[in-house]
Each structure stands twice: as structure tokens, then as C-alpha cells.
Design a protein around this ligand. Structure first.
Ligand SMILES: Nc1ncnc2c1ncn2[C@@H]1O[C@H](COP(=O)(O)OP(=O)(O)OP(=O)(O)O)[C@@H](O)[C@H]1O
Ligand SMILES: [Mg+2]
Length: 381
């Protein structure tokens, strides 16, 4: 098996580092507090939650739920996903829990039943069946309140709720969360400006309701020994220097580096060393593989925004993007046009601002753009 896992869940032996982070998460939720986990895309939030859920302290003593709400657009969809997850996790455990759930979810209980042949519980809930999502939501919380074990609930991509049309969404959810004594929550999100505003702005319902944890890249020394160790176990060799080049190319973004070493591992046979030129060709083919998707995305973006994307990509960290120097250097239209374009790109999550500096959110996309702007560019040397 390839030790650099990039799809599905990551078995513990192939999970790199994150000891301190996992310990802090587990400590926080088992102490009765809530946690807000923030990082750029694909840094490893979801897998880290997964990893913590697998640890005995949580696995044995808690019911754990994981709800990814990235694709949801309203309170109705939120409630649907939440209900579905609670059902899938709990009700299938025993007829007793199923019956208890049934008794609580009065607003939708016509959709529950037992399969006459197999005797297994079935839940034929459709989105449209949730006519009064606020009722159903209260019922789900009510049920968790009386579950036979304390519960930990993760809402992944939590920033999504700030985009729902319901104006009181945050207040509504906050009031349920405040009231429950049996659940603790992990709110995880990748759009930093949205998530941090939800928890740090004093006027917002979630203000101060969770401790904030920013997930940084896995440190280079930890990652280096992880890679060397797994190459050696597979009878392959690789040098520290080569690992550092990949890490730097992608600023340590977990997915990008794992993807590269996944392919690199397969590209060398046991007994061989993975060299810099192997890495160069692996990187080229990964960019090519992603190119179709990237090109499709670029074709939908208006010229002014695209120009700004290229400019930010070649800069890496772009400051004063509405200033004369930046505009002149990259032949952009005007200060106000740059501002408008930047806002659009930020809303699409293609650009991220942190501490006044703009960068391309996805480091792989940034690398692709740099190459596109300068085809002879050597990304790694
Ligand atoms: N500690 C780790 N060890 C090994 N691989 C990891 C680790 N953390 C994450 N990965 C790998 O990185 C990829 C991205 O991780 P994950 O999906 O958890 O990121 P995320 O921050 O939730 O991203 P998104 O914001 O897109 O949801 C995963 O596919 C996984 O293979
Ligand atoms: Mg995730």
C-alpha cells in the first residue's frame, strides 16, 4: 500500500504528526468547551477531526457526529444533513435508540420505519419533508440532549451558515448550542475571514463561544522524518533536500505535499532513490492532471480578475495591490478595478488576504498559474 494516503480516511500509521493539535482538540471538547478550527483549504482539518474521533478517549465515551455543510444553502438543508448524520450514527445502533429518536423527531417521524424483510431501520427522509426546519432542528438537539452518552458534533465548513438566506441562522443555532448540556462542538472552516468574524466580532451571536485554533502546516522537520521513514520502509531512498523543495513549493500545504510524495513513491522501485528529477516530472504531471479543471475555471473568470490572479500568483505574497507600483508592474487597469476584482476573487475563495497580504488560496493553483504565465519557469531546481 502507498503510505501517502490522499483519498479516504488516513489510517493512524500513515497519519503524520498533529500530536499537540489532537491533544488540544480532545482536551477542549472533553472539558466541556467548544472549538473553532481554522485553516486554509486542504491543510488537514477534516482528517484531524477524524483522527481525534478515533482516539479511545472519544471513541469509547462519546457519540461523535461529523457534518460537512459545504454544499448546504439553507436552514432546511442544514437540518436535513444534521438529522441524517444523527440517524446514520445512532439509530442504526439498536432498536432502543431508534425508538427514542422516533419519539423525539415528531415533525418528520412518518418517514421512519423498519424494513419488513430485513428488520433494519430505514429513514426515507427527503429534503422536502422538512417543512418546519426550526422545529426539526429543536427536536434533533432535544434528542442529543437525552442521548445515553455525551455527544461531540463537528460542523465542517461552518462559514457556510453565514451565507444562508435566513438572517437569524447564527442566533438560532447559537441558542441551541448554549442550551445543550450534553453536546460539545467543533466548528471547522476554511474561509478565514468569514469564520474568524463569526467568532471574534462582538456583535455576532457566536462571539466568544469557542476557543479558536488555527491549524498551521505540519512542521518541516516532522514531515521530513515522516517521508524518509516511509520511503525507507518501502526500501526506497529520498534526501532531506528533495523533501524541503516540495514543501517550500507548496508552503507545506498538506494535500499538495502528500499528493506529490504519493506519486513520487510510486514512481520509484524498491532499491532506488527518488531524485530531484523524479520530483520535477511528478510535479509536472500533477499540474497537467489538474490543468483541465484549472483551465475550465479560468475560462469562466473575466479578464480583469484573471490579470489580477496572475499578478498575485507571480508575486506569491502581494501587498498594496491597489498601489501605483503594483498596478504598473503588472499593467493592471486602475486602483478601483483592482479592488473590485480582488473582492470578487475573495468571495469565490480564490484569493485570501491575511495581514494585509494577498495570496492565491490553493497553492497548487498558484503553482499552475506561475507556470502558465511563464512556461519556461523551473518550479523546482
Ligand atoms: N496528518 C496527516 N497525515 C497525512 N495526511 C494528511 C494529514 N492531514 C491531512 N492529510 C491529507 O491531506 C488531505 C487534505 O486533508 P483534509 O481533507 O483533512 O483537509 P481540510 O483542511 O479539511 O481541507 P478542506 O478545507 O478542503 O476541507 C487529505 O486528503 C489527507 O490525505
Ligand atoms: Mg475539510
Amino acid at each position: 500500500m502507498n503510505p501517502f494516503v490522499i483519498t479516504g480516511s488516513v489510517p493512524d500509521e500513515y497519519f503524520c504528526d498533529r500530536r499537540d493539535e489532537a491533544e488540544r482538540i480532545i482536551r477542549t471538547v472533553t472539558n466541556g468547551d467548544n472549538l473553532c478550527l481554522i485553516s486554509p483549504r486542504r491543510m488537514g482539518k477534516s482528517k484531524l477531526v477524524d483522527f481525534c474521533y478515533g482516539k479511545p478517549q472519544l471513541r469509547k465515551n462519546y457519540h461523535t457526529f461529523y457534518i460537512d455543510i459545504l454544499h448546504t444553502k439553507s436552514l432546511q438543508e442544514f437540518t436535513y444533513c444534521f438529522g441524517r448524520s444523527v440517524f446514520d450514527q445512532l439509530a442504526t445502533k439498536s432498536r432502543k435508540t431508534m425508538t427514542a429518536l422516533l419519539a423525539c423527531l415528531k415533525s418528520v417521524n412518518a418517514k421512519f420505519g423498519f424494513d419488513p424483510v430485513s428488520g433494519l431501520p430505514v429513514f426515507n427522509l427527503e429534503l422536502g419533508d422538512i417543512v418546519r426546519p426550526d422545529y426539526t432542528l429543536s427536536e434533533i438537539f432535544e434528542y442529543l440532549e437525552h442521548a445515553d452518552k455525551p455527544c461531540i458534533v463537528t460542523f465542517d465548513e461552518f462559514q457556510q451558515i453565514s451565507k444562508y438566506p435566513e438572517e437569524n441562522m447564527e442566533a438560532l443555532l447559537r441558542s441551541h448550542i448554549q442550551r445543550t448540556g450534553n453536546c460539545n462542538f467543533i466548528f471547522s472552516g476554511s474561509e478565514r475571514h468569514l469564520v474568524s468574524q463569526m467568532f471574534l466580532a462582538s456583535a455576532r451571536p457566536f462571539y466568544h463561544s469557542a476557543s479558536i485554533m488555527e491549524l498551521a502546516p505540519i512542521p518541516l522537520p516532522e514531515y521530513t522524518s515522516f517521508v524518509i521513514n516511509h520511503f525507507e520502509k518501502g526500501g526506497r531512498m529520498i534526501s532531506e533536500d528533495v523533501i524541503k523543495k516540495v514543501y517550500d513549493l507548496y508552503d507545506g500545504n498538506t494535500y499538495c505535499i502528500q499528493k506529490t510524495f504519493h506519486e513520487a513513491y510510486d514512481s520509484v522501485s524498491p532499491g532506488q532513490e527518488c531524485t530531484l528529477s523524479d520530483i520535477v516530472s511528478v510535479t509536472d504531471s500533477i499540474l497537467e492532471e489538474n490543468g483541465t479543471g484549472y483551465r475550465l475555471m479560468l475560462s469562466e473568470i473575466p479578464t480583469r480578475q484573471k490579470e489580477l490572479l496572475y499578478a498575485v500568483a507571480s508575486e506569491g505574497e502581494a501587498r498594496h495591490i491597489t498601489g501605483v507600483n503594483f498596478i504598473r508592474k503588472y499593467s493592471l487597469a486602475s486602483s478601483s478595478a483592482v479592488q473590485t476584482a480582488a473582492n470578487k476573487l475573495k468571495n469565490m475563495d480564490l484569493l485570501t488576504v491575511s495581514d494585509g497580504a494577498y495570496h492565491i488560496s490553493d497553492p497548487m493553483f498558484r503553482t499552475y498559474l506561475r507556470r502558465l504565465a511563464n512556461p519556461s519557469l523551473r518550479l523546482i531546481d
